[in-house]
Unconditional design. Structure first.
Length: 190
């Protein structure tokens, strides 16, 4: 099911981006190519025998891409709604925090998980989400310096980073509570 969803979503997203370019809604072919390549990244997962990410997480990836590239850039939501960029940074960070939780579950065996501190989980999930936010802001800065993106001011950058921190913080706190509930359930079953 996941493999079929990845193929369908990847192709649908690519067709949407190319259609927008052909209709004159997108500015440059290089932008369109970049968006198509980003949309095809989950196709790399098909080379693995087991896809570690859940279907909701995969669908969320495409929802973020659709919101950022189609609604935000092509339909100009970034220009029409001042809050659009901030909301996307929040949900992008929430998404990355869920990726961190998935990676944590994938690489930490259940018996070892009991011995891991809740604070370590909090730090991992929070810093994972915030690190990707900082990397994204760095890419935006490089794009601005190269003249590819419009110039942003420090207020926009800090608003984006604080929004991203809020998203990562919420999911990190949820991960701590989930760990504590799981630990209590394990103690109750003994």
């Amino acid at each position: 099911m996941k493999k079929k969803a990845i193929v369908i979503l990847s192709i649908t997203f690519a067709v949407l981006m190319v259609s927008a370019q052909l209709n004159g809604d997108s500015s440059k072919w290089s932008d369109t190519l970049g968006r198509v390549l980003i949309g095809m990244l989950p196709m790399l997962l098909l080379f693995f025998k087991r896809i570690p990410f859940s279907l909701p997480l995969i669908v969320s990836y495409y929802a973020l891409l659709f919101s950022a590239f189609f609604l935000g850039a092509i339909l100009r939501f970034y220009d029409r709604f001042s809050w659009w960029d901030t909301i996307l940074h929040f949900f992008g960070s929430v998404f990355m925090a869920f990726v961190a939780v998935t990676l944590y579950k994938m690489f930490i065996p259940e018996p070892a998980e009991r011995d891991i501190s809740s604070w370590l989980i909090f730090l991992f999930v929070f810093t994972f989400a915030v690190t990707f936010s900082v990397l994204w802001e760095s890419v935006e800065f490089i794009g601005t310096v190269m003249g590819i993106l419009e110039s942003d001011d420090n207020k926009d950058t800090m608003t984006d980073l604080l929004s991203s921190m809020a998203g990562g913080l919420i999911i990190a706190i949820c991960a701590v509570f989930r760990k504590q509930i799981n630990d209590q359930n394990l103690l109750g079953n003994r």
